[in-house]
Every structure is written in structure tokens, then in C-alpha cells.
Design a protein around this ligand. Structure first.
Ligand SMILES: C[S@@+](CC[C@H](N)C(=O)[O-])C[C@H]1O[C@@H](n2cnc3c(N)ncnc32)[C@H](O)[C@@H]1O
Length: 219
């Protein structure tokens, strides 16, 4: 059976949105989200940025009749700050001189007609995870790339992946020469496999899809 693919208008909205995720990885994320949506639980993303990947989770959530949740403080990751390779000056709020990707994210979702299917959680990932206590069908980790942030995202959110649910990790680069923003996501991917709670389902570019095959809560 072919993998579920987004409708052309959703794919066009994804391609038009600000962000870094290539199409092949987006299609793999979408297929994972459709599959996880069958559990009837929310789909959660860490790292909203301007909503490029959120579009895909939101459309899969709409199809499944569930909600997409997306977590971000909207102040940008280390490599997105002024002076770094991934900085986009358009994301800076001129009034306060700090990055603020929330307005662009909201425009992106509005244009894609997906606002009703998304709840944006604005704040630091570990702070929100500390007060979160319900299962989710999918966790997509695409937040900060330091070991501190990537591990905190894993420890904070992976325990909430329901049995049979999916843990998706972005920017997994096994070879140091391929990495642009550090290998912390790769180390978290290895940690998830080593835990015995997750089994690899697929690899597309730097995107890894793992399934929870151990009990919920274990990481
Ligand atoms: C690589 S971008 C996400 C890209 C997005 N998923 C996409 O495909 O377009 C990473 C995002 O994580 C956010 N972020 C980094 N560390 C965070 C933290 N500790 N808490 C909340 N958000 C964080 C940044 O603000 C940034 O918007």
C-alpha cells in the first residue's frame, strides 16, 4: 500500500512556508502522522518555528479528528540567532530586537486553513513538559540542537508517547561530516533505541521514525 500523502494544496502550503525541512522528510513526517492519528490521540511537535512542519501534522490531525499540539518559545534556536547560518532577519521583532516567529507561524496556519486543528503551546519545552500528563500518538522532536535541549525534549516528551505511538526525530546525522547544527539529535536517537522502549520504523534523510514497543512512560 502506498504511504499516505498530503493533498496538493497542503504540500504547496508546506513548500511555501518558511523553514528548513525538505519535501522527502516532510512526506515521511506526514505518513507517520497519519499512521499515529489512528490512535485517536493528539500529535505533538517540539519546535514550531514558522509552522512549516506543523502544516503536515495539522492536516494529518484534521483527517484523524484529533488535535496537533506544537511547542516553541518562538525566540529561535542557537543556530537561528543573528550572526549564525540559519538566521533570517525577517524573524526579528524590530521593537524588542529579539526573534519572534509566532506571528509568521500564525499567518502560515491561517493561510493553510488549519488554525482550528492546532493548539500552540508558547514557552520553554521542559517547562511545558513538566506540567504535561496525558498520552499522545506522536512526538516530533525538532527543537534545540544542544545536548541539553535535545535530551530535555526526549526526557520531557517521549514518556508520553502511547504504546504503538511514534517518536519522530529530526536532524539525525550519524556522520559528523554531514552535521550542520551538532549531533545531539543523533545521540538522542541512539538513546531512544538503547532504552528498549522504541524500535526503528523508517529513515528518510535526517528524519527517523521510531515506534513505542515498550510500555508508556519508559524512556
Ligand atoms: C529547527 S526549528 C523547528 C523547525 C520546524 N519544525 C519546521 O520544520 O519548520 C527549532 C525551533 O525550536 C525552538 N526551540 C529551541 N529550543 C527550545 C526550547 N527549549 N523550548 C521551546 N522551543 C525551543 C526554536 O525557537 C525554533 O523555533
Amino acid at each position: 500500500m502506498p504511504a499516505p500523502a498530503p493533498k496538493p494544496e497542503i504540500l504547496a502550503a508546506f513548500e511555501a512556508a518558511k523553514g528548513f525541512m525538505p519535501v522527502d522528510e516532510g512526506l515521511a513526517l506526514y505518513a507517520a502522522a497519519v499512521e499515529a492519528g489512528r490512535l485517536g490521540l493528539p500529535l505533538l511537535e517540539v519546535g514550531t518555528y514558522c509552522g512549516r512542519s506543523t502544516i503536515l501534522l495539522a492536516d494529518a490531525a484534521r483527517e484523524a479528528g484529533v488535535t496537533a499540539l506544537t511547542v516553541d518559545h518562538h525566540r529561535g534556536s542557537e543556530e537561528q540567532q543573528p550572526g549564525w547560518d540559519y538566521h533570517d532577519p525577517e524573524t526579528v521583532d524590530p521593537e524588542i530586537g529579539l526573534m519572534d516567529t509566532l506571528p509568521t507561524f500564525r499567518r502560515t496556519l491561517h493561510r493553510a486553513g488549519l488554525e482550528d486543528h492546532v493548539v500552540a503551546l508558547v514557552g520553554r519545552s521542559p517547562q511545558i513538559a513538566a506540567i504535561w500528563n496525558s498520552p499522545v500518538g506522536l512526538v516530533f522532536v525538532d527543537g534545540g540542537h544542544t545536548d541539553e535541549h535535545a535530551n530535555a525534549d526526549y526526557e520531557g516528551w517521549a514518556p508520553h508517547v502511547a504504546e504503538g505511538g511514534l517518536l519522530v526525530i529530526h536532524d539525525v546525522f550519524p556522520h559528523p561530516e554531514d552535521e550542520f547544527t551538532g549531533q545531539a539529535p543523533y545521540r538522542v536517537y541512539l538513546r531512544a533505541l538503547d532504552s528498549g522502549a522504541f524500535t526503528e520504523v523508517s529513515a528518510t534523510g535526517s528524519l527517523r521514525v521510531l515506534r513505542r514497543t515498550g510500555a508508556r512512560g519508559v524512556v
